[in-house]
Design a binder for this molecule. Structure first.
Ligand SMILES: [Fe+2]
Ligand SMILES: [Fe+2]
Length: 349
């Protein structure tokens, strides 16, 4: 699995800010990501197959009766499979479950307030039976929050254009069109952020990097819509985007808004785009590589901007960042990327 040392890059971005701004002429932008990668927060971690009764019993944990296995490792923004003896599975059967070879076809389980639906995996169950194991096998999945890079937020709600004309019928075209709309909104988000940075007297390096990032987003949007057109065989383009004025909330506003729109959304977008890259056909990979590379730079830029705003804005900006962190935690705190990337970087500020 490709892994990315995004956490390390963010740490360097935050700690290296004084150098980037005042110590030398280096701009807050890196040419290429380092080739070392370790975190892929949007993709499920390899699932330990808690499915096998023998494995469960040999795992060194508390001994379970032979008729029971460990419960599935259910988590938000993940997926996995689980096999269990029919009796144990039946304890969680949902009201709509039918019977498949002695197995309840649908299970429902709760973990930490979240509901998870498990669906019988017929072929795997058959394989187990053929191997002499009396097990019922299930799949589960929990969608990740949708992250599309730098968000254009209006009082907490993401603003995006609609597509001009009809949505493409082809599923791949629709996927790329959706990505294009997210990138398109990011152009406006960076344009507004540039005005807001100018309004608080931000260093030229931050203003310049923010303007350059808007240009990156234009290229991402054009690439995504072009890819959508390839699959759709017809033009795919955004309709008009609602214009949002610059906010005049000073350095506290810059700290809060940059954290929510940039640090959270750009940082979480990187592992998500890396997941897309891994699963993409070869023709899509060059564009996705570019998006991953530049979204990483955008994430670094967002963190650098927040560090500067907090340093320049004092306790008001720090309090605003703390409020924004609470809000981000409420929305995304359960995603793997939040604990792996956002919290550790936040702790450095
Ligand atoms: Fe982008
Ligand atoms: Fe971006």
């Amino acid at each position: 699995m490709t892994v990315w040392r995004l956490a390390e890059r963010l740490r360097i971005a935050v700690i290296g800010l004084p150098l980037a701004l005042w110590g030398c002429e280096k701009e807050p932008r890196h040419a290429e990501p380092r080739a070392i990668v370790v975190v892929d927060a949007a993709r499920p971690a390899p699932e330990v197959d808690a499915a096998e009764p023998d494995a469960a019993l040999d795992a060194g944990g508390p001994k379970l009766p032979a008729s029971r296995v460990k419960p599935p490792a259910l988590r938000r923004c993940g997926a996995g499979s689980w096999c269990a003896p029919p009796g144990q599975a039946a304890e969680s059967a949902s009201s709509r479950a039918k019977d498949f070879d002695g197995c309840a076809t649908a299970l429902g389980m709760r973990r930490q307030g979240e509901f998870f639906a498990l669906t019988v995996d017929r072929s795997r169950t058959r394989q187990k039976r053929a191997a002499g194991q009396d097990l019922c096998c299930y799949d589960w999945s929990s969608p990740c929050p949708v992250i599309k890079g730098r968000a254009l937020l209006d009082r907490g709600a993401a603003v995006m254009a609609r597509l001009r004309g009809r949505r493409p019928g082809d599923a791949r075209a629709r996927t790329w069109a959706e990505r294009g709309l997210g990138e398109h909104a990011s152009v406006a988000a960076f344009a507004r952020a540039t005005l807001e940075l100018l309004a608080v007297g931000a260093p030229p390096a931050l203003v310049q990097a923010t303007m350059r990032a808007a240009g990156d987003e234009i290229a991402h949007a054009r690439g995504c819509f072009a890819m959508a057109e390839r699959y759709a065989g017809a033009p795919v383009e955004p309709a008009a985007l609602r214009a949002l004025p610059a906010r005049a909330d000073g350095l506290a506003g810059v700290a809060r808004d940059t954290f929510l729109e940039g640090c959270v959304h750009e940082t979480l977008a990187v592992p998500m785009a890396m997941g897309w890259q891994q699963d993409a056909p070869a023709a899509e990979r060059p564009l996705l590589r570019r998006i991953v590379r530049e979204e990483t730079q955008h994430a670094e830029l967002a963190w650098q901007t927040v560090v500067w705003a907090v340093a320049a804005g004092g306790s008001d900006a720090r309090d605003a960042l703390a409020d924004a962190a609470r809000e981000g935690r409420r929305q995304y705190g359960k995603s793997a990327g939040w604990s792996a990337l956002i919290e550790p970087t936040l702790a450095l500020i």
